[in-house]
Write a new protein. Structure first.
Length: 212
């Protein structure tokens, strides 16, 4: 499996190059984006983040002080805006109460303990927690999403019933625990799924992994 994973990475990197993901100006913006991107596409999240920036509200304390209805209106483009406003509020309370809204303090926390804390926040599941850990805090943990599962299922590397932790363990157990590698690998898988390994009408014949 270690050989297969490394070969897949080399092929994707050769085909697509560096992805420069996550597209954000600050670590806090990544955190907000990770929550807003639940059940929607990135273009909708960008609109919501831009709206917050234009109002100069992309700040933990400013966002936390906003009334839920006001916050929901600003992030409307991200979909499920009332639910996501509540989830953002829950995360912001956690961030303020536990780390005084300081990225450095949060980043200094032990990975295992911090992941456990994040998963205890209402509305934050494994994918969102790991996105925050990897992309905002540079922690070496692999993010698994629907794209990852689709690609690996089609290549016979996982079974249909494989859950999040089982898929994640494939990467964590067989790759060097390196945040930069995990960041790039996941971003490349997203690129592959969007452009080739699509849910409908996949382009298998011209896929960079064809025949691998």
């Amino acid at each position: 499996m270690k050989h297969k994973l490394n070969r897949i990475f080399r092929r994707l990197y050769s085909a697509f190059g560096a992805q420069h993901w996550w597209p954000a100006d600050t670590a806090f913006e990544v955190m907000v984006g990770a929550i807003l991107t639940q059940n929607t596409n990135w273009s909708n999240v960008e609109k919501a983040v831009t709206a917050l920036k234009e109002k100069k509200l992309l700040n933990p304390r400013k966002l936390y002080r906003l009334k839920p209805k006001k916050l929901a209106g600003l992030i409307r483009s991200a979909g499920y805006y009332n639910v996501k406003a509540a989830r953002l509020k829950s995360f912001l309370k956690f961030f303020l109460d536990n780390y005084a809204a300081k990225i450095k303090s949060m980043a200094a926390q032990d990975l295992t303990r911090l992941r456990r804390q994040l998963l205890a926040v209402n509305g934050i599941g494994p994918e969102t927690a790991d996105s925050i850990l990897l992309y905002a805090l540079n922690k070496p943990i692999f993010v698994v999403d629907a794209y990852t599962k689709r690609i690996f299922l089609r290549h016979g590397l996982i079974k249909e019933a494989a859950d999040y932790s089982q898929v994640q363990d494939i990467f964590m157990s067989n790759l060097k625990k390196d945040a930069k590698l995990f960041n790039e690998y996941h971003a490349l898988l997203v690129k592959l799924a969007k452009d080739y390994c699509r849910k409908q009408d996949p382009k298998c014949g011209i896929c960079p992994l064809h025949g691998q």
